[in-house]
Design a binder for this molecule. Structure first.
Ligand code: NAI
Length: 277
């Protein structure tokens, strides 16, 4: 059931790769809420072909763009302005990738070329996107830009590797561009810090299954699903959250505020006992 939260609104959604992607769910729910959307991903991701099914379902235009390439972002924004017949209202940045993680390199053995790429793809691209939108004055007043983050920006999670640094940078860009964009155009900029979620990017992280299970047991409300994350993102695109900006908003069932839960402790003690016997 929809609430028409995005009736008359238009936006660009980055990062839908397959049905598991958080961005995929955001596109579906934004559409259900009445939005008109443009979908974008890298030329390589588009060649995989699955995005066309989503585009059809959402009656969305698909435009290829590599989020690290400023010229590519400029043409994407120009094309979207043409397609929508003017300014638009929201953008989702759901982009993350670490070659160090893919290649199994640990944090004390990073390849610096790959590290720079992680930061560029997963964080600096957010600045490039915001700067392009701002320069072209592409967003309506009270527009909203959302990026997706993870609690490893604040706390140490060994398997998250150089992506943790990227998320810290992403959240810093959110604060600093949030100031500029709010001051100049009344546009909101926020990140949503999401629970571990079974997606292509998520399951690439070392020890992801264990982390997923641990977070599920530690969080009083359990892990938030991709669909629940999408529902939250849509509220941030809506007019109901106009004065929320420059924030990192935890959407994690309470995980980030927990220290220890009974469920985790029981399991820890049982493991301890099993080791002794
Ligand atoms: P996903 O693998 O479905 O999405 C990642 C997307 O980034 C893909 O669509 C990929 O094509 C795109 N991408 C990679 N390089 C790009 C580039 N140069 N230009 C444009 N797009 C590029 O995975 P997921 O989990 O939906 O990831 C979306 C966001 O959510 C990421 O920022 C991720 O870090 C974040 N997140 C994910 C969590 C998880 O456990 N899955 C938890 C917290 C945050």
């Amino acid at each position: 059931m929809g609430y028409n939260l995005l009736k008359g609104k238009k936006g660009i959604i980055f990062g839908a790769l397959n049905e598991q992607s958080i961005a995929w769910k955001v596109a579906q729910i934004a559409r259900r809420e009445g939005a008109e959307i443009v979908l974008t991903n890298t030329p390589l991701a588009l060649r995989m072909g699955t995005l066309n099914a989503l585009a059809e379902e959402c009656q969305a235009k698909v435009i290829a763009a590599d989020a690290t390439d400023v010229e590519g972002l400029e043409s994407l924004v120009d094309e979207a302005l043409g397609h929508f017949g003017g300014k638009f209202d929201f953008v989702l940045h759901a982009i993350g990738m670490s070659l160090n993680i893919r290649k199994g390199r640990t944090y004390e053995n990073l390849d610096y070329g790959m590290y720079a790429k992680t930061l560029d793809i997963s964080a600096m691209s957010f600045h490039k996107l915001l700067q392009t939108l701002h320069r072209k004055d592409a967003l309506n007043e009270w527009g909203s830009v959302v990026g997706l983050s993870y609690v490893a920006a604040q706390r140490s999670f060994f398997g998250y590797n150089d992506m943790a640094d990227a998320k810290s940078l992403l959240e810093s860009i959110t604060r600093n561009f949030g100031y500029v964009y709010g001051r100049d155009r009344r546009v909101r900029v926020n990140t949503v810090s999401q629970s571990p979620t079974m997606t292509t990017a998520g399951s690439g992280v070392q020890g992801f299954d264990g982390l997923f299970d641990f977070a599920e047991r530690l969080s009083p409300l359990g892990n938030a699903s991709a669909e629940e994350c999408a529902n939250f993102c849509v509220t941030l695109f809506s007019d109901l959250t106009r004065k929320v900006t420059m924030q990192n908003l935890f959407h994690d069932g309470g995980f980030s505020t927990m220290g220890m839960s009974e469920q985790v402790m029981e399991l820890y003690q049982a493991g301890h006992e099993a080791k002794k016997s």
